[in-house]
Design a protein around this ligand. Structure first.
Ligand SMILES: [Zn+2]
Length: 65
């Protein structure tokens, strides 16, 4: 679990976003209160992606406030 770097996470998708708009939902609802980190490379073959409801490859937070 990485807690030192406080990157921002989309509140809708839980995706880590570098720019000002989330590339998945096109919104700017970000949070820096998140815990856990999961990288999804192949959503179709990932149990975690299925459980979390993720369909787009990327880096996600497990929990977002
Ligand atoms: Zn989003």
């Amino acid at each position: 679990m990485i807690m030192t770097v406080k990157e921002k996470v989309c509140r809708n998708c839980r995706l880590f976003v570098q720019g000002s708009v989330c590339p998945i939902c096109k919104q700017s609802q970000f949070s820096r209160s998140w815990k856990g980190l999961v990288v999804i490379n192949d959503p179709n073959n990932s149990e975690i992606a299925k459980v979390m409801g993720l369909t787009v490859p990327g880096k996600y937070a497990m929990w977002v406030k």
